[in-house]
Design a protein around this ligand. Structure first.
Ligand SMILES: [Zn+2]
Length: 306
């Protein structure tokens, strides 16, 4: 969708609300409390419907990532469009400028909310052949733009683990990435269990933690002193691309939010051949998602809204 087409399709909040309504209730309004189909649109509250049967008031954004947001729906739609149409993503600073938002924090929170909508709760696990490996990435602190320890030091580095699904012919398909607490068998086993279908063929570098994987056809790919990027080229290409992307788009990632950036990269990789539909995908997942507030996004529990 071109920028002009987007502006024509969504000129104002009402157009966005109509779109949400059609997505949520394609066969007409359904009351979430009594399943009643008759409702009045309230004049006093925008885009809110009162059930004729039980009196329950339901906003078109209730139960979605837009719920209770102080920002107009149009701003959210514009943010989703910006995220979906920039092939490499958009920084909070860029989004703030593009939408004319009052604060950097607002832009940052919008992006964090949208990153949550990049993980489909109903996505299916990787199948067939799955390359799995770990990597380290340097992280950014407030004091130092890019902190990175040298060599084996873990200071200033974050462990990540990744998996890529290969077709039986060896063609790369979907990926998964996650932060990795440590290199223990339970940590690695938990990632593989969540990422790959039971019975899949798992290719690893033969590291001891993979030997205790259960329910997989594990094939360690250690060939003498050959480097892991030679025997498992695809997952190493993913790691290299993630590092380049995180530096290029975000100037490095910060430790507490690593998983969100990994999620965004996975979203972009897995849709790299059909990014055009990303606007609809993000909106559609966002509609199915429970709302999160600021404190939830930063890992605490006090109320705050954007
Ligand atoms: Zn009702």
């Amino acid at each position: 969708m071109s920028r002009t087409a987007f502006a024509e399709r969504f000129p104002d909040n009402a157009a966005c609300a109509r779109h949400l309504f059609e997505k949520r209730w394609p066969n007409g309004f359904v009351c979430p409390k009594c399943q009643g189909a008759k409702a009045w649109a309230l004049d006093s509250k925008p885009f809110t419907f009162e059930c004729v049967g039980c009196g329950r008031q339901t906003s078109v954004t209730a139960g979605t990532i837009f719920h209770r947001s102080h920002l107009p729906l149009l701003a959210w739609f514009q943010a989703i469009y910006a995220v979906a149409s920039h092939s490499n993503g958009i920084s909070a600073l860029q989004l703030q400028a593009q939408l004319g938002l009052g604060s950097y924090k607002t832009a940052w929170l919008m992006l964090q909310k949208l990153r949550r909508a990049m993980v489909d709760p109903d996505r299916s696990v990787l199948e067939d052949i799955v390359e799995v490996d770990e990597s380290d990435i340097p992280y950014r602190t407030k004091a130092d733009p890019i902190a990175g320890g040298q060599g084996r030091s873990a200071i200033g580095k974050l462990h990540i683990i990744g998996a890529i699904e290969l077709s039986p012919e060896g063609q790369p398909r979907r990926i998964r990435l996650a932060p990795l607490e440590n290199f223990s068998a339970p940590s690695i086993g938990a990632f593989v269990a969540g990422a790959a279908e039971a019975g899949a063929t798992v290719l690893s570098d033969g590291f001891s933690a993979y030997k205790s994987l259960k329910g997989y056809n594990h094939k360690p790919k250690v060939v003498g002193k050959m480097a892991a990027h030679v025997v498992m080229p695809w997952i190493h290409r993913v790691f290299a691309n993630f590092k380049r992307w995180a530096l290029g788009t975000y100037h490095g990632v910060r430790k507490p939010h690593l998983h969100r950036y990994l999620d965004e990269f996975v979203f972009r990789w897995n849709r790299r051949r059909h990014m055009k539909s990303s606007f609809d995908t993000l909106l559609e997942i966002g509609l199915r998602m429970a709302p999160a507030d600021y404190w939830g996004l930063i890992g605490r529990t006090s109320p705050n809204r954007i």
